[in-house]
Design a protein around this ligand. Structure first.
Ligand code: OAD
Length: 245
């Protein structure tokens, strides 16, 4: 941890690329693997523009079910440690693939939500975004308060483009950071996974925090095979110690 803390301390800009693994310790299942969200479900029927065009009600019901799961979930030690790191370095960019909003709840400030936010509704016509109601379901599919078109969940589905603004900012952060932490992601979904390769190509010190190996492990400078909720607080502790020392 001391070596990582030292690199973070010396960096002008730290970028963190985050995946579902960080929220596993808050009780939110990851996507892949036997207990993952997609086990026994078809992403094609629940999380694609085609599915929504065919059967918006089913896609909305799936979204409402995921929202109902989130209501009781709280940020964990890993999320809080990222807030602490942000406060200890001159420039910090948190690029997350997670749609659960737990980084914001923890207090992270500079967040890029690459895959959107599950608690946001977005108009299919005018793109107006509204905060989703947290009181559970609805009788009929929500309608845009401005233009009366159908609303959709504010997440990125398979086969859709990411927000150009978010991916451009994430790309710029990956190119300019001196250190990148890649936390809790299987690194198989692009373009997010490509950001770690980009950071490495541009000379950043890259660290993977994940109990499991990933396709990107071999290009990392260092791999910490621990849960995020243990590794990240230990890094913060080491950063604070080096400060005192
Ligand atoms: P995955 O489910 O693909 O991967 C989760 C990763 O977290 C795995 O590599 C686990 O080993 C790791 N992990 C599990 N517990 C952990 C812990 N306590 N600490 C650290 N790591 C842990 O999730 P993502 O990589 O985030 O996209 O998936 C990427 C995208 O695919 C998601 O954003 C979602 C999904 O389909 C969309 O919905 C568009």
């Amino acid at each position: 941890m001391v070596a990582v803390a030292d690199r973070l301390r010396r960096a002008q800009h730290v970028c963190c690329l985050i995946g579902a693994g960080i929220s596993a310790e808050s009780g939110i299942p990851t996507f892949r693997g036997p207990d993952g969200f997609w086990a026994g479900r078809s992403a094609f029927d629940l999380a694609t523009p085609e599915a929504f065009a065919r059967d918006p009600e089913t896609v909305w019901r799936f979204c409402l079910w995921r929202r109902s799961q989130l209501v009781t979930k709280r940020p964990n030690a890993g999320h809080h440690a990222l807030v602490a790191i942000e406060r200890l370095v001159p420039q910090f960019t948190l690029v997350t693939q997670n749609v659960d909003g737990l980084h914001r709840a923890a207090g992270s400030a500079n967040i890029l939500e690459l895959h959107g936010n599950l608690m946001v509704d977005r108009c299919t016509a005018c793109a107006l975004e509204t905060q989703a109601a947290t009181d559970g379901g609805f009788e009929t599919i929500p309608i845009c308060p401005e233009c009366r078109a159908m609303m959709r969940p504010g997440v990125v589905w398979f086969g859709e483009m990411l927000s150009l603004d978010a991916i451009q900012k994430a790309d710029a952060a990956a190119r300019s950071c001196q250190a990148m932490l890649v936390v809790g992601t299987s690194s198989v979904v692009h373009p997010a996974a490509g950001l770690a390769e980009m950071a490495r190509l541009h000379g950043a010190f890259t660290v993977e925090i994940n109990p499991e190996e990933t396709p990107l492990s071999r290009i990392m400078n260092m791999c910490i095979r621990m849960p995020a909720g243990e590794a990240l607080p230990a890094i913060v502790e080491a950063m604070n110690s080096s400060d005192r020392g």
